[in-house]
Design a protein around this ligand. Structure first.
Ligand code: SAH
Length: 299
């Protein structure tokens, strides 16, 4: 029986700050275990866990608004979106005021399929075509990693743009003088993302043309507007696409999940001399960066 959907990353961050190390260790274990076991969801069903008692003890008396967010949610609810951002802040996931402002301005409810239930829960959600919208904590993490390269006037590429949420965030950050480009190989999702963006705070940028979403194989990047200060890849690459490194500006940064079953979020910085430095940020679980046929066939 499914008792309650819990945002495990948020809980882990909270525990790291306020709770016993044992509880934190358990939640970290549960999050990683579930990431690797069920590919697209970092949620835990309380009643299924042999650690029910640990969690129940941990949560008793713990007043967390996120736990109440799974009840029916109308599309676009700015108060709930704000509460979601505030919670991510409180648990130490969002540390940047600018990222918090952007995530507050762009209502996640405008970007998730209209089932009215989980828009403001810290979890990835299915968006059709064997794809997911990433969890809010992953969006926040990627925005913070790229923040310096998303200054007004800069150029950003979002590969595997899906719902268009992160492309919209990029557009807001680089502003009308910059350029935010999404590339998605499922053309139906491109259409959906354009509709989503049209309901959001960056609709004028879409009209103006400084924000655009294109159907195509994102492994080839989008050369028309290259080079980019920031490149985000929203699907896991078995190998780093050379075209993306080539389209990164010297001084630019690319954030990309790398791997197949076990994946790392890697950060590539292109130095002024054209060489690249790379570091691993954290382990993650994304859908693969692949061909349209392979994705629609279920990988
Ligand atoms: N970042 C988006 C979507 C993440 S899911 C969001 O949060 O809404 C990953 C997306 O990458 C999916 O929409 C999938 O269709 C897309 N994708 C996978 N391989 C791709 C490729 N080769 N080219 C373009 N898009 C790709």
């Amino acid at each position: 029986m499914r008792a309650q959907v819990l945002p495990l990353t948020t809980l882990t961050a909270f525990c790291r700050r306020y709770c016993a190390p044992r509880a934190c260790h358990f939640l970290t274990f549960a999050r990683h275990h579930l990431h690797h076991r069920s590919s697209r969801c970092c949620t835990l069903s309380l009643s299924q866990s042999s650690h029910d008692n640990d969690l129940s003890r941990l949560l008793s008396g713990f007043h967390c608004p996120l736990f109440r967010m799974e009840h029916s949610v109308a599309r676009g609810d700015s108060a709930r979106n704000k509460a979601m951002v505030e919670n991510l802040r409180r648990y130490g996931v969002i540390m940047s005021n600018r990222v918090a402002e952007v995530m507050e301005a762009l209502d996640r409810g405008h970007f998730v399929p209209d089932d009215g239930s989980s828009a403001y829960v810290d979890t990835p959600l299915p968006i059709g075509y064997n794809a997911t919208i990433s969890a809010p904590h992953m969006h926040a993490t990627c925005l913070q990693l790229l923040e310096d390269k998303l200054q007004p006037g800069m150029r950003a590429l979002d590969v595997g743009s899906g719902t268009g949420y992160l492309t919209a965030c990029f557009a807001l950050m680089v502003g009308p003088e910059g350029r935010a480009v999404g590339v998605e190989h499922i053309s139906e999702l491109v259409d959906v993302s354009v509709k989503n963006i049209s309901k959001s705070a960056v609709a004028p940028l879409l009209k103006k043309g400084s924000l655009s979403v294109h159907a195509g194989d994102g492994r080839k990047g989008w050369p028309n507007f290259a080079p980019y200060d920031a490149i985000h890849v929203g699907a896991a690459a078995a190998e780093i696409p050379q075209a993306l490194l080539d389209q990164l500006k010297p001084g630019g940064r690319m954030v990309i999940p790398v791997g197949t079953y076990f994946q790392d979020l890697k950060v590539f910085d292109k130095n002024e001399d054209g060489s690249t430095s790379v570091h691993t940020e954290t382990s993650v679980r994304y859908v693969p960066l692949t061909s349209r046929d392979e994705q629609l066939g279920g990988y």
